[in-house]
Design a protein around this ligand. Sequence first.
Ligand SMILES: Cc1cc2nc3c(=O)[nH]c(=O)nc-3n(C[C@H](O)[C@H](O)[C@H](O)COP(=O)(O)OP(=O)(O)OC[C@H]3O[C@@H](n4cnc5c(N)ncnc54)[C@H](O)[C@@H]3O)c2cc1C
Length: 523
Amino acid sequence: MASAPREHRVVVVGAGVGGLVAALQLARRGLAVTLLEAADGPGGKLRQPLVDGAPIDSGPTVFTMRWIFEQIYESAGARLDDELELTALPVLARHAWGAGEQLDLFADPAQSRDAIARFAGPAEANRFGQFCRQARTVYDTLEGPFIRSQAPTLASMHGDLGLRGLAVLASLGPMRSLWGALGRHFHDPRMRQLFARYATYCGSSPWQAPATLMLITQVELDGVWSVRGGMHALAQSLARLAQRQGVTLRYGARVQAIDIVGGRATGVLLDSGERIAADSVVFNGDRSALGEGLLGDAARAATPPLPPSQRSLSALTWSLHAATDGFALERHNVFFQPDYRREFDDIFRHGRLPATPTVYVCAQDRGCPGLPAPARDRLLMLVNAPPAVRRALTESEIDACESHSFSLLERHGLMVRRTAQNTLRTTPADFQRMFPGSAGALYGMATHGWMSAFRRPGAASRIAGLYLAGGSVHPGPGVPMAAMSGQLAAATLMAHLDSTSRSHRVRISGGTSMRSAMTASMD
Ligand SMILES: Cc1cc2nc3c(=O)[nH]c(=O)nc-3n(C[C@H](O)[C@H](O)[C@H](O)COP(=O)(O)OP(=O)(O)OC[C@H]3O[C@@H](n4cnc5c(N)ncnc54)[C@H](O)[C@@H]3O)c2cc1C
């Protein structure tokens, strides 16, 4: 690749994981990068509000696929382990259905098999082994042709998968849902429910998600880590790394509009009235913000907004700093209800909060070997919720869901001593306010149906010089995927720049300017 022109100025809008990774990789390649973030610090959804004096991770809590971050740090001349303290969790998650009905999944697959054999019988443990083998094969099949691909299409996938890959996908059963595929593996309904829940990691219903989403299970079975200082520490570390690469970071800097001149992004206008010129812009907010005109009318053409019916799950969360008792909490805990289907019907069909929510609790000071139980737990409690697309949820609906959720915990024996002071509640409308254009949908587009994964925009928008990064674009949501989208945005921008500088060198004698050559290469 030809070296990048030093004078090429990039503005990255948003310091979520995707924006941070794009910024640091572009600066590493010699571009002049300014990162503008509306909030007062980095991280986006990796936020960590103070609740009753304690910092509580109130976004993502499950750190997986550490190899992606190892590569990112390495590409910036650093080592992940030197920058962040990660601890591999021996227990991946504790799952509870009722008093005494508990199943832990372990980092060690043999321990998981033994636990399943005790919980659901040896035959089910064997079926778990078969399921893991299939999930591994699906993951290995899709990693190259889909996850790492810049903008996969059905046609490119067909070619890249080859006959062997196509046979793997065909073996899942064309058009089968994740729920349907799990039914072929597991006989115990609780096991099916446990693995179906992984569809929610990308904001989807197991009844509508394709069977290929079983690859998410593999990602978790490959290991879960806790980060010292919380997931927010990852964002801070990426921001430090970006700064060391020469990125200028500016917080409290909300971009009001992306300037488009002659069909090309030429800079941004801040709320403060300041205008910053750029040769390229990377947008890390929700892609629907562009299509909805929240970044100015001219930027609407970049990518269409998501139709309301395609929005992913939102969430109702409680960040708590409270004493607990009655249940031996692990770091990651899931409290199930028997009627799982009803939860997704409520959300996706009726657009309402679930009457029978599954409750996830992350106990942030638990699970690391040798860690004593704290006097007060730092908890993130989460239930799935509809995005704020049809109507605003009323206070009384939210209160009712809160009371169902805490009652469920109590039925499992878990008492949480909450007060108004030690509890921070966040609703879909709050998420919409924090992440404009998202309608509170935390994972962009729901992965519903076989074709949905191909509908996410890639890194190159329809406007020359404007690139997209983050969980609402390819390869999709989740911290590692958003990081990968940042890598893809940087790579796509560099590839355009490279082809431009080649065409510039060829055409320079004809007097073609750098700018018009680049515009031509993007058309
Ligand atoms: C409650 C919750 C739980 C989750 N659990 C997990 C989990 O356990 N594991 C996992 O891997 N993932 C999880 N996720 C998903 C994961 O957090 C996201 O997919 C990922 O962090 C998205 O990163 P992003 O790059 O899209 O940026 P975002 O986090 O969406 O950040 C975008 C940034 O852009 C900024 N911005 C937007 N517009 C502008 C503007 N006009 N001007 C300036 N700045 C702007 C915003 O302020 C924000 O900081 C969870 C998310 C939530 C909310």
